[in-house]
Design a binder for this molecule. Structure first.
Ligand code: ATP
Ligand code: MG
Length: 420
């Protein structure tokens, strides 16, 4: 009786060996750039107390209201798989007193996240983000550094068709005044609003600006604008961000209705979209969250960060990856050659030379085929004749040149060859 094999969870993906090298290239590009900007990696647990997300992301957000994987564990604790990283990193920043150790903390992460959304292209239930969180500076130069860091990674990846959209949602006062104004303006039209916007009207009116409906967009155009509610400090801050971006030649578009879905954002808000993606066109979102550390029980500390979706980056990244090839394949037959082959492979590997040998006890001909398939540059052959004479035959697979050398000089000989 054949059993039905167990399958993976909907919205999760296996990253198989033919794809993992693209992930590795992406990850090393991210790490290299982070290090040139002097950002340091932070790793946080896969799950947290549910209350962390309730108190930061906010109960009205899509994430908290419908996307979290939450459960009560055997000890009765209410836990959640992390759906985003800003809250966990901020929790760790406070708990470990990073702010007391350093006035500025520039942190980055590469991590897996979990959201119970409807799976589709570019939208999964377990996905990956890289991002940064910087704590300690309220000044525009850090806004610009964070944006330029994100753009620099996208440039290194040679992504095309990207747009950087920029806005400021002002300080808390500005947001509060704007919230009152937009509610007043929309009130007479409440019945015409979509169901989503009606819900947002009550709970999180700022997010109505996020609407996809053309009718609502037109309505909003004639209504109050956030920029009318900026304080003069908000205005100066945003102008300086824009000027500095101009000075370092980073192109952006002003997007007056760009608000982030999460409750803790203040002032600078930005998003990077790609015209190569369909509906899920956002690859990166970020902004300032000057009130978050205090909200989570820390000392008032300004903060700014972004998060970029790595699956979407790979969808946009057209550049094909060079497959990594083997360098050496050791070939031989029979019991007497076996331990010798294992020893040769061990010595080469200890010297950082990529080496394979046959693990299926196949014929010499099949081993040669395997070496070609792996793309090996050279094969080392230990046949009967070689065993008898204590030598090895080294064959260059690209031009079939071969030569014989003493067994004890294999390593030095291989090292003298062009292996790339
Ligand atoms: P969206 O509007 O696409 O739902 P979001 O506002 O929920 O995005 P953020 O929480 O800002 O997204 O996350 C930052 C980035 O993470 C997004 O720009 C996107 O690239 C990626 N992302 C978000 N949700 C998913 C998901 N379910 N699957 C894959 N990538 C995602
Ligand atoms: Mg979302």
């Amino acid at each position: 009786m054949s059993k039905e094999p167990i399958r993976s969870i909907k919205g999760t993906q296996d990253i198989l060996p033919d794809q993992s090298s693209r992930w590795q290239t992406l990850e090393s590009t991210i790490r290299n750039t982070m290090h040139t900007y002097d950002y340091f990696e932070i790793r946080t647990p896969a799950f947290e107390n549910t209350s962390l997300f309730l108190h930061s992301v906010g109960e009205e957000s899509d994430i908290v209201s419908k996307e979290m994987y939450t459960w009560i564990d055997q000890g009765g604790e209410n836990l959640t798989l992390k759906p985003e990283l800003t809250a966990p990193v901020t929790r760790a920043f406070i708990q470990n007193n990073l702010g007391g150790l350093n006035p500025i903390n520039k942190l980055y992460y590469i991590d897996s996240l979990f959201r119970r959304e409807r799976p589709q292209k570019g939208r999964y239930r377990q996905f990956h983000q890289f991002g940064v969180e910087v704590f300690g500076s309220e000044f525009p130069e850090i806004d610009v550094e964070v944006i330029s860091l994100a753009m620099s990674i996208f440039n290194t990846l040679e992504l095309e068709g990207l747009t950087l959209e920029l806005n400021s949602i002002g300080s808390e006062d500005c947001r509060n005044n704007f919230r009152t104004a937009i509610k007043e303006y929309l009130k007479p039209n409440f019945d015409k609003l979509s169901e989503t916007s009606q819900k947002r009207f009550k709970r999180n009116p700022l997010r109505i600006l996020d609407t996809k409906s053309l009718e609502e967009k037109t309505l909003l155009k004639d209504g109050p604008q956030i920029s009318d509610y900026w304080t003069s400090d908000d205005k100066d801050h945003f102008n300086e961000v824009c000027e500095l971006l101009d000075k370092i030649n980073i192109k952006f578009e002003l997007s007056p209705n760009l608000v982030r879905g999460l409750d803790y954002y203040t002032r600078t808000t930005f998003e990077v979209t790609s015209n190569l993606l369909g509906a899920q066109n956002a690859i990166c979102g970020g902004g300032r969250y000057d009130g978050l550390v205090e909200q989570l029980g820390g000392k008032p500390t300004p903060g700014i960060g972004f998060a970029a979706g790595m699956e979407r980056l790979l969808l946009v990244n057209q550049k094909s990856d060079e497959t990594i090839k083997s360098q050496i394949y050791v070939i031989g037959l029979g019991d007497s050659a076996r331990s010798l082959i294992i020893n040769i492979a061990l010595e080469l590997r200890q010297n950082n030379i990529r080496t394979s040998f046959d693990l299926l006890r196949r014929s010499i001909k099949s081993q040669m085929r395997d070496a070609n398939k792996l793309g090996a540059k050279y094969v080392i052959i230990i046949g009967e004749e070689e065993l008898a004479k204590n030598i090895a035959t080294i064959k260059n697979l690209s031009n079939s040149d071969q030569e014989q050398i003493p067994l004890d000089s294999i390593l030095s000989h291989i090292k003298s060859l062009p292996l790339k």
